[in-house]
Design a protein around this ligand. Structure first.
Ligand code: S3P
Length: 194
């Protein structure tokens, strides 16, 4: 039986997931996309596709400033589209010019994950350019503290992201009013599974 999709076929605004590196934007975003019939887009993957380069290469060759310009261009592109679930880069929505592109048109959702959990998830990270340094720990804490209020100000909705990805995804869908009736599990078990 074909699954009923929430507002399938209608033009829908985007759901933009924001939050610190490692908060689960991509994992949760993919679930929401699957459940709601929207397309999932990872902002960093879009930047890599557009430039033909890895995020780490862009940082190495053009610095963070160069990266932020590309990120802004991708934000503008995505804000002009609809029916997407967007996993924003961890820094993207700390810039007002990017928030402005989505605000009012799309729904910005903060996945608010405690620092301790983020720290644990990122402990072995070898990919994110901002964290490849000896004082990684201090940088992470300072960035987290500086950014959290910015995320909160940008977001239309804040979801505590300490549950399983599936539960978090359902919490987001419910909060933004796009929980698909037939896709909604009758009851979740302790692991967030049907
Ligand atoms: C960044 C987060 C990364 C990526 C880039 C910069 C940041 O995305 O955009 O390394 O400034 O926090 P994720 O949040 O997906 O790791």
């Amino acid at each position: 039986m074909q699954r009923r999709r929430w507002q399938a076929g209608k033009r829908m605004n985007n759901i933009v997931l924001c939050g610190f590196m490692g908060c689960g934007k991509s994992t949760v975003g993919k679930i929401i996309a699957r459940k709601t019939g929207r397309r999932f887009v990872d902002m960093d993957a879009e930047i890599e596709k557009k430039t033909g380069r890895k995020i780490a290469e862009i940082f190495a060759e053009q610095g963070e400033e160069g990266f932020r310009e590309m990120e802004h261009a991708v934000c503008a592109d995505l804000a002009g589209r609809s029916n997407l679930v967007i996993a924003a880069g961890g820094g993207a929505l700390t810039f007002r010019r990017n928030v402005t592109l989505f605000k009012g048109k799309d729904t910005i959702v903060l996945l608010d994950v405690p620092l301790e959990r983020i720290r644990h998830r990122l402990r072995n990270d070898r990919v994110r350019p901002l964290l490849q340094r000896p004082d990684k720990e201090a940088v992470m804490v300072a960035l987290y503290k500086k950014r959290r209020p910015l995320y909160r100000a940008a977001a239309d909705v804040t979801i505590k992201g300490k549950n399983t990805p599936l539960k978090t995804a359902y919490a987001v869908m419910e909060a933004v009013g796009c929980a698909p009736g037939e896709d909604q599990p009758k009851k979740l078990d302790r692991n967030g599974l049907k």
